[in-house]
Design a protein around this ligand. Structure first.
Ligand code: DCP
Length: 626
């Protein structure tokens, strides 16, 4: 459901940069002989030459479209060069495109806050850069305005003749409002960035420059390839007046259809006829206000500082006769998808120090009989455990659970036409030292408890998040984890050599330092909660998730000194060998804590005499009064 965000205070300069026929460009860089030729990238599939997923602008002139298959494209453009997407594990391997996208992001992110919105598009908040330019070297003070900037399309600027001259005049107008002056500076910055992208990567891109994300996105696709479009606020009304509702993000589906069918609204501008109250009455408070806002080009969405993907996913479709019919076939494909996913999350962890926390399985399936023809295969998720085998095992459980639910009481034959798994809830780990690795093992240990106990969840869309429920799977409680590897309870370290990490759910106590250790312990906390026998009803599950999201505190202590810890707390704790802590781990702690932790490890005598009121307790205490 769209959420209305009022315009932010002050004038902003936002750019949306979108690569041109991106996969084609990546392939053309690999094979320069393809440059300038009609070219398309084809998804791996031998049926009718495979599906086109990217089409060069030269091929588009012949009428080649993305909806076509290779054979069809060859009919309309006999010289078309068809390049297959690289294949690994029997499916498309997008790594080359992902890293090409990252090359671009690293250039674009040099001038302002950068949000990677997809494999080939980025939002930039250039407000600060534009303000600086306006105060230091405004366009009218420049001897020459960047040629590329002068090729910009400025919406609302009349006259196609001598367009560049008109644009130049627009750039240096002394009577322009502050917002337009900022946009002019933003456009010069974007033109420069696009030049850098071309020089460094050989890729062209197009851009929209406006005062919010929504308008910038609309504009970036208006003049392609390799061009940019500016939306002054005076042009917003005309732009939206003729914009079909279905072209607007979030109006492509049911909401857009309802606007058309129920209210006779065909363009975004048509919405201006309705009061905010009327729209709220019809579509609810939030959606009503959002509609009222977008009709006026108002959107306060911020550019999020995010250059890495929010999740990793991989999937495979099995159309027509390729549909999977047996659990063995599903398992075999799931194994391959899991291998890829595991590699990618591991790479993310190694390169970016990020950890994924949720594994989700989506599938499309149908039953061979007509029973419940519209029933969908439910998406399922569980905490993510690192390691190929564990991911495979959990994905299989998610599928089995989903399939049982999908089939219900009917034991029909079924077919699976698509499978995908994704790793989400990706969070930064603390800094790079071995503390991450050491405790990572703990975090994962919680996950295995979860997955094997009872934390498989329906993966409801965000709009119905409150409907999540837990499904209990067979438990495997014997298994505990130490240092990221599974051991049986009998092999667990003895109590006098353990340090327990106990976590509270209190938000009240604030971090008393900003070392990464605290953030790290919050991560563990999540897992500790999982390790406990959490109730599994739907609402409890959701509440539990909330709590996990908000847990901030942990208590670290030497087990031998925790005479006052309750049994419940003991149950919620994990154990690992104190002597296995890498000394560099301790360097990350605040000095007073470092002294004490060294005390636990090196001197049992000192450990025994440490009192609860000592600094370590004070630091990590769960007690509000500590
Ligand atoms: N893509 C895909 N499957 C689709 C659509 C797109 O795999 N159904 C891939 C190939 C595209 C890339 O994503 O190159 C980016 O998609 P865009 O929609 O941005 O389209 P292009 O970049 O190919 O072309 P354009 O210049 O129109 O943006």
């Amino acid at each position: 459901m769209p959420i209305p965000r009022p315009d932010l205070q002050g004038d902003r300069v936002i750019a949306h940069v979108d690569m041109d026929c991106f996969y084609v460009q990546v392939e053309q860089r690999k094979q320069p002989k393809l440059r300038g030729l009609p070219t398309a990238v084809v998804q791996y599939n031998d049926w009718k030459g495979g599906a086109l997923i990217a089409v060069s602008y030269e091929a588009r002139k012949f009428g080649v479209k993305r909806s076509m298959r290779g054979a069809e494209a060859e009919m309309v453009c006999p010289n078309i060069q068809l390049v297959q997407v690289p294949v690994a594990r029997g499916k498309a391997d997008l790594n080359a495109y992902r890293s090409a996208g990252s090359e671009v992001v690293s250039i674009l992110s040099t001038k302002g806050r950068c949000e990677r919105a997809s494999i080939d598009e980025v939002y930039l908040d250039l407000t600060d850069a534009a303000e600086s330019m306006l105060s230091e070297t405004p366009p009218e003070a420049l001897e020459d305005i960047d040629e590329e900037a002068l090729k910009s399309h400025v919406l609302g600027l009349i006259g196609d003749e001598d367009r560049e001259k008109n644009v130049q005049r627009w750039f240096i107008r002394s009577d322009a409002i502050h917002q337009d002056k900022l946009l002019a500076c933003g456009a010069i910055i974007v033109a420069h960035l696009r030049g850098e992208v071309l020089k460094e990567t050989e890729f062209t891109c197009s851009a929209g420059i406006a005062h919010n994300k929504m308008l910038a996105k609309l504009a970036s696709g208006m003049h392609k390839p390799a061009q940019q479009t500016i939306v002054p606020s005076s042009a917003v009304k005309d732009l939206l007046a003729s914009l079909p509702v279905k072209k607007m993000k979030q109006l492509g589906g049911k909401l857009g259809s309802s606007l058309q069918n129920d209210l006779g609204v065909n363009t975004v501008g048509d919405l201006l006829k309705f009061s905010e109250e009327k729209l709220q009455e019809r579509y609810g408070f939030n959606t009503g206000t959002w509609l009222w806002n977008i009709a006026r080009g108002i959107s306060g969405d911020e550019v999020k500082g995010r250059v890495l993907p929010k999740s990793h996913g991989c999937g495979k479709t099995f159309p027509g006769p390729r549909a999977l019919k047996t659990t063995a076939a599903v398992e075999s494909w799931l194994n391959q998808l899991c291998e890829e996913l595991s590699e990618r999350i591991q790479l993310d962890m190694d390169q970016n120090k990020r950890v994924a926390h949720t594994l989700t399985l989506h599938a499309r399936a149908f039953k061979t009989s007509d029973v419940e023809p519209h029933k969908k295969f439910p998406s399922k998720s569980c905490p993510l455990r690192y390691g190929i085998n564990k991911i495979q095992e959990d994905a299989k459980k998610l599928f089995d659970t989903g399939l049982r639910e999908f089939l219900g009481s009917h034991s029909n034959a079924w077919r699976v036409t698509s499978l995908s798994i994704s790793a989400g809830k990706i969070l930064d780990t603390p800094r790079t030292s071995s503390i991450s690795r050491l405790f990572q093992g703990k975090s994962l240990s919680s996950a295995i408890s979860d997955a094997s106990n009872d934390d498989i969840q329906d993966d409801a869309p965000s709009s119905s998040i409150g409907c999540k429920e837990n499904i209990v799977l067979e438990s495997d409680k014997d298994e505990v984890f130490a240092h990221g590897k599974s051991v049986k309870e009998d092999d667990a370290p003895s109590k006098d050599r353990k340090i327990d990490v106990l976590c509270t759910q209190s938000r009240k106590q604030k971090d008393k330092g900003n070392g990464s250790i605290l953030k790290f312990f919050s991560g563990i906390n999540t897992s500790a909660k999982h390790a406990s026998n959490a109730p599994s009803s739907g609402s409890e599950s959701h509440k539990g998730q909330d709590q996990r999201d908000h847990q901030e505190e942990c208590l670290v202590d030497d087990h031998s000194r925790l005479g006052t810890i309750s049994n419940q707390q003991r149950d919620d704790s994990w154990n690992f060998n104190a002597e296995d802590i890498d000394p560099s781990v301790i360097d990350e702690l605040p000095p007073e804590i470092q002294r004490e932790v060294r005390g636990w490890i090196c001197s049992s005598k000192r450990a025994k005499t440490t009192k609860r009121g000592s600094s370590i307790f004070h630091y990590f205490s769960t007690d509000d009064n500590a």
